[in-house]
Design a protein. Sequence first.
Lengths: 135, 394
Amino acid sequence: MTTVAGTDPESDAFWADVKSGGLPLRRCTCCTRTFVLPLPSCPYCAAEHPEVIQARGTGRLYSWVVVHHAFDRAFAADVPYVVAAVELDEGARVYARLEGMELDTLVADLPVERVAHVRADGPPLVFQPLRRIPA
Amino acid sequence: MASSKARPTFLGKTALVGTGSTEFSKASGRSVLALATEACRLAAKDAGLPLAEIDGVLSFSFNNDSVPSQAVATSLALPQPRFLLDISMGGQAPSFLVMQAAAAVAAGLANNVVVFRALNGRSGQRVGSTRVPGVASNFRYPIGFTAYPQFIAMWARRFLLETGGTAEDLAAVPIAQRRWAAANERAIRRSPLTFEEYLQTPMVADPFRAPDCTTEVDGACAVLVTSTGRARDLRRRPVIIQGAAYAAGRGSGLDAGDALLWDDLSRNYTSLLADDLWGSAGMSPGDVDMAQIYDCFSSSVLFALEGLGLTGRGEAGAFIREGNTLPGGRLPMNTNGGLLNEGYLHGMNTVVEAVVQLQGLAGERTAEGAETCVVTSGALTDGSALVLAKGEAA
């Protein structure tokens, strides 16, 4: 069971796209850097009107937290679980659950990939250590 | 390319002259207004300043967990407030608000300004489990990334990965600070802690165990800021504001928990403001005698020691383990036991401890011979800091 902190059009659209298999990023049409947050302009160079692209769903593990105490009861049944900060190959950082491995195998910059099919009642965005050969 | 360095014009001309603190408890049974009023009243009494001479009140709150400065001015029966300010901030605020108070005094907006923080942080709204409002929050919450201990644990992990640090480095912080807390009657956690005991405590958000996390409390504290001229007539030895800086880096986020755009989670705002801070004080990191470092979580102490240049990169844990921050050490630090042990007044109590020490009122936990102190406020993408110096005795 997952909950959403609140609703706003931009994050609602993001999660709707994620639930149907997408992973939308914003890319600056000037400096080409990418980011997830719905900013009206590029946070790196201030150019306006970033475009929306779809991420490939591969990246590396930048950092992670193993959650043992659920501060929101909605996540109590999930503990312990891993929240990962994933640096996508496109450059943007995104938060996702990390599954499918033993905790002691986690290392900095571990290659990770998105899990295509997630549980209906589970977290909406899940990554795992890379198993397939990147295209 | 950042703009050139800043040096506030109030430095050397303004001073902290009094502090006030209520009891810190798990359930105060009192209103936030009552707590705030008591802390401000005590700060004026400590300074020997008639309440009616206070003409400025500043405070900060997080998700409306406090009362407005105007309410406290009313409660204190202040006859003519000239400067009231409430800001919405977390732990990055206390040193920043002292800067605003000093700027107001130096600019002639007000003469005697009290800065307070008051909350029922344990029995009322608890920040550790409060949802941070904002768009960025909605990009992390559905994953189960919901609370401050988790947000800051994400920084701590990257820091440990980059510096080669271990659990021993994190543990060094609460272990050292318990030594100081033992001599602080206001502290919530006062029992000694060994590394073996630390390893037996529950994981909260790995790499953080329970002792790595602050303890939420009900309470209030306040400091009083005035000119160095007025300070000469007051009761206590003034504590001169010698250096000050605030910094928020590029991509500092859309809310107080957002770090999606922060490039390097192993460095926080302390790395950004160090040059401004030491430059403003005319000092180098090696010159300072004492440190009161914001410690909502153990890792923020390691970040700050390294960010401010008080130790080298990756050396903060060993620096603490070697006893440098303990009583009698080279750099006594968090001498009230820190937020980890005294309780979470969002770092306002960190400022109070610096002032009490330099006033010479710290009793059993006095850091002998300390003439100067660096104070920090904040743990993440933005924050503030002060360099304080002992003035001439009243």
